[in-house]
Design a protein around this ligand. Structure first.
Ligand SMILES: CC(C)(COP(=O)(O)OP(=O)(O)OC[C@H]1O[C@@H](n2cnc3c(N)ncnc32)[C@H](O)[C@@H]1OP(=O)(O)O)[C@@H](O)C(=O)NCCC(=O)NCCS
Length: 175
């Protein structure tokens, strides 16, 4: 699996990407919406989970590379929202790479891949209600807010908003 955009390459993370993953998941500022920095064990578990997703589903959060360096993660995962399951675009970037349009560029490519390759009826983004930067990415992907729900994560009840774009809106936007 490999997706090329104007400035970025997205492909599967391997064990060699663990240092780059630490620079994101162990940064308290990047992980505010996840209730703080990950430990080493949580970081290793995250990578194992992504590799399991690649094996089980054929997709997951991929490495986002710029000039060969992993600067973020972005991709598609299956996610529960209350009793439903949706396809979600996810994005997490290293802090020194924010505000350069990389998250939007990668997330648009992942969104398009889900519509083109998985025949997705809709692509969602589950966003904690405090995460304005993430909401702005979702809005730039053409998503609108559809649902409110609470997700329990790391022992904390977190109010979330469900953003989505459905296939018809995506086709109208792309044509
Ligand atoms: C959410 C997150 C990925 C958003 O990243 P970002 O860097 O703000 O996103 P982008 O740069 O792609 O897009 C938006 C910004 O880039 C600017 N931009 C867009 N294209 C650009 C370009 N070609 N050159 C320079 N700037 C550009 C936009 O104007 C916008 O700027 P602004 O945020 O100052 O208004 C980032 O904050 C992050 O990694 N957060 C931590 C993890 C997280 O919470 N993930 C989401 C969980 S739901």
């Amino acid at each position: 699996m490999r997706i090329d955009t104007a400035r970025l390459v997205m492909d599967e993370m391997t064990d060699a990407d663990l240092p780059a993953l630490r620079a994101i998941l162990q940064d308290p500022a990047a992980m505010v919406a996840y209730e703080g920095a990950f430990s080493e064990a949580e970081t290793a578990a995250w990578l194992r989970r992504m590799r399991q997703r690649y094996a089980d589903d054929g997709f997951g959060l991929w490495a986002v590379r710029r000039n060969g360096e992993m600067i973020g993660q972005c991709g598609i995962t299956r996610q529960p929202i209350e009793d439903d399951e949706v396809l979600e675009v996810g994005y997490l970037f290293r802090r020194d790479q924010w505000h350069r349009g990389f998250a939007v560029e990668a997330a648009k490519a992942a969104r398009d891949w889900a519509f083109d390759t998985l025949d997705a009826p809709a692509v969602w983004a589950k966003i904690r209600d405090t995460n304005l930067a993430s909401m702005n990415v979702a809005i730039r992907l053409g998503m609108t807010v559809r649902r409110r729900f609470v997700t329990r994560y790391r022992g904390v009840d977190m109010p979330h908003l469900g953003f989505a774009i459905d296939r018809a809106a995506w086709q109208a936007r792309e044509s």
